[in-house]
Design a binder for this molecule. Structure first.
Ligand SMILES: [Zn+2]
Length: 92
């Protein structure tokens, strides 16, 4: 992954509204714990929300993301279990 991830200090609801992101919960694929993606993050052209580390490793964190660019965004909401999956994602 070429872009590092940053965690802007911003209210999660304001961030979610700004990028039209839902605050989602999904179970961890490894331990089954319910993960809520509510921590604002940004990396490259993506803006999103991620869950807190809970002991299973970054590849099991939940990411809900969209494009920073309004024209690229167009209602795109992608849900990932790892940033490497995210960066390989190409919208249809
Ligand atoms: Zn887990």
């Amino acid at each position: 992954m070429s872009d590092s991830i940053v965690y802007p200090v911003v209210d999660e609801k304001k961030w979610a509204d700004r990028y039209s992101l839902p605050i989602k919960s999904n179970p961890c694929e490894k331990c089954g714990k319910s993960l809520t993606a509510n921590i604002p993050f940004a990396t490259g052209s993506w803006r999103g929300l991620t869950s807190a580390l809970h002991g299973c490793g970054e590849e099991y964190d939940l990411f809900v993301a969209t494009k920073s660019d309004k024209n690229e965004r167009r209602g795109l909401i992608a849900t990932f279990y790892s940033l490497s999956t995210q960066l390989n994602y190409s919208p249809q």
